[in-house]
Design a protein. Sequence first.
Length: 74
Amino acid sequence: MADSLLEVIFDVVDIAFDVSDAIDRTKQLGEPDTVEVPPDPKPLSAAAQRALAEERERKRGQSDQAASSTDQAS
């Protein structure tokens, strides 16, 4: 009789853990996703803006040259 009583107690505890686990999973599904938002970017100094503009212009010139050499080859 003691064995069957222990089995019942263990079954009840097992069911309680299963219910607790199901509740935890349900809570996790209901939580909204946290989105990390970066801080606002700092404005660039005038020198940095000029350097970026020069770099873009240099790259644009290189791509224009590559495109024109491709056109000449065909």
